[in-house]
Design a binder for this molecule. Sequence first.
Ligand code: ADP
Ligand code: MG
Ligand code: MG
Length: 249
Amino acid sequence: PPAVATRGLGLTIGGARILVDVDLTVPAGEMLGVIGPNGAGKTTLFNLISGVLRPTAGTVELDGEDVAGLSITRRARRGLGRTFQTSSLFPQLDLVENVRLASQAKEGAAMSVLAFPLASDRATVTARDCLAQVGLSHLETVAAGNLSHGDKRKLEIAVLLATDPSVILLDEPMAGVGSGDVPGLTEIIRRMHRERGCTVLLVEHHIEVVLGLVDRVAVMHHGRLLACDTPEVVMADATVQSAYLGEGA
Ligand code: ADP
Ligand code: MG
Ligand code: MG
């Protein structure tokens, strides 16, 4: 089964149609870009997939199973991981502690008091490993609040990796970073996808970055899915071009 599938997915709030009839199928292991003008519904789509919001129409399936009855936490335990458009770091804690919290939360349910020191060591090893994967080993003992914007975005990815997700939703992972940090973050995402074989859904405004990274790209506009195909096909699509030119995005 596909890693993620939505069928007829819709969200109407107070009469406003925020998401309309979205059918999206993401095969396991694919990297899918999700683009579209501001307000198109990209974050809403992620909120519906991860369980932050409940749809008013349609279904979300993970690995072929309808997850309507599953909370955010239970979807996360099944391997769904996401970052948020705004930072969710603990600024006063150092980098190892930030990442450890995530891996301990994953193991926490099964952890007895006696097993705690052992599990705690394992969480530290995992945390250091995840920091190495995003190139932040040299800053392990720095407080997260003192990082540059680019390094905060890298730390958010390390926190995500600590939960060992099989499906990763990245919502504007390069938001707020200087252009000098874009190539490094791009390479981290590329390597994460290649080495872990995970499924990735990537929302990002740096469109040239998206087109260079992904297998396919989904285009959203006014809550609808306009197109979903390879970057070459999608960018040659007249409907897509007029949607973008029309909104100046
Ligand atoms: P994007 O991530 O593509 O920029 P969003 O998914 O954040 O777009 O928002 C899509 C539209 O839905 C926007 O017009 C936004 O104002 C609206 N919206 C999002 N969440 C809510 C909500 N909880 N209540 C009302 N409107 C919302
Ligand atoms: Mg937006
Ligand atoms: Mg958004």
